[in-house]
Design a protein around this ligand. Structure first.
Ligand SMILES: [Zn+2]
Ligand SMILES: [Zn+2]
Length: 166
């Protein structure tokens, strides 16, 4: 199984992120850069659905099974003020924005990893988890992101077993 990791903006942590995700998941990860799609905008926020649509095309072009896109742009989704990310089980794609994760540099990378694990969990079929420590718990604030751990609880991990290394 192949996972495309698409950088819509430059990210100095890209290799480090690939390494961490490669340790967690059993699939192969291929990193590519892509031009940011012409998204619908609301102020300086971009439409997350548009990103997913573009990512879905890239995924097919690259003959990849799943894809995760990363951007520094702030994202909105329907009536939500912002989202850290968005996933589609149907198109096997997810997008993560690091725009709101950056407030503290030493926590930034860990937050980014958590949001990537979370959205990939959705792509692989997981719903939100009631366990606040589980990476699949829903986060609407940085406090909630910080509260959860960078890993799946036993129940979520069990469901993801075919895709996890451990
Ligand atoms: Zn979610
Ligand atoms: Zn869980």
């Amino acid at each position: 199984m192949l996972c495309l990791l698409v950088l819509f903006d430059d990210l100095s942590y890209a290799q480090k992120l690939k390494d961490v995700l490669s340790k967690a998941f059993s699939f192969e990860i291929k990193v590519i850069k892509a031009k940011k799609p012409e998204c619908l905008a609301r102020g300086n926020q971009l439409n997350a659905d548009d990103f997913l649509g573009e990512l879905s095309l890239l995924r097919k072009n690259e003959a990849s099974d799943i894809a995760i896109g990363l951007t520094g742009s702030d994202l909105y989704h329907r009536n939500l003020n912002f989202v850290f990310g968005l996933a589609s089980f149907a198109t096997k794609c997810c997008i993560v924005s690091w725009h709101r994760l950056k407030e503290s540099e030493n926590k930034f990378f860990e937050r980014l990893v958590k949001e990537c694990l979370h959205e990939l969990g959705h792509v692989l079929g997981l719903a939100h988890c009631a366990n606040k420590k589980c990476v699949m718990s829903f986060s609407n604030s940085l406090e909630e992101v910080d509260e959860k751990e960078a890993g799946f609880c036993n129940s979520c991990a069990e469901q993801l077993k075919p895709y996890l290394r451990i």
